[in-house]
Design a protein around this ligand. Structure first.
Ligand SMILES: [Zn+2]
Ligand SMILES: [Zn+2]
Length: 149
């Protein structure tokens, strides 16, 4: 996942991916419709758009499943949310405020920035709203020094 910039999806689509990850990778169309307060027909359309990115697989008449790449991407999205929440909590916001503000901002923050923040904070593992995983992180073993001239 080194070649993502984190801005491939609209913030809204990012929320779909995170929801699928919460559900261990699969959600029914009706669950998605309920969660996002929209029509099942809208969900089917969004699933189609996500399927075109290769992050999600459409399971006809059932719902949507994250592909392996989609799962990695969603893991990055959660990591970005939690890192931003952590940063905001350092500047006077309560955990609830930081979590909610991070949700509004996160869709506009690139992976490069997230990795830099992660490094500058010393690769934290705990945020205000959950663990910060490092699977797709700047600090993964073997993820450094490769690819240079
Ligand atoms: Zn949060
Ligand atoms: Zn890190």
């Amino acid at each position: 996942m080194k070649d993502i910039d984190g801005l491939e999806l609209s913030p809204k689509k990012g929320e779909y991916l995170k929801f699928l990850l919460e559900r261990d990778g699969f959600a029914k169309t009706t669950d998605l419709a309920g969660r996002f307060g929209v029509d099942p027909s809208t969900i089917t359309k969004v699933i189609g758009e996500l399927a075109a990115t290769g992050l999600v697989e459409h399971v006809p008449y059932h719902g949507a499943r994250l592909t392996e790449t989609g799962r990695e991407y969603a893991t990055f999205l959660v990591r970005r949310h939690r890192l931003l929440g952590l940063v905001l909590s350092h500047y006077g916001l309560t955990p609830e405020e930081a979590c909610s503000e991070a949700s509004k901002l996160e869709g506009y923050v690139s992976k490069e920035t997230v990795d830099k923040i992660c490094s500058s904070l010393g690769h934290p593992t705990m945020s205000i709203c959950g663990r910060i995983t490092h699977d797709t992180c700047c600090c993964c073993p073997g993820d450094e020094g490769g690819g240079g001239p």
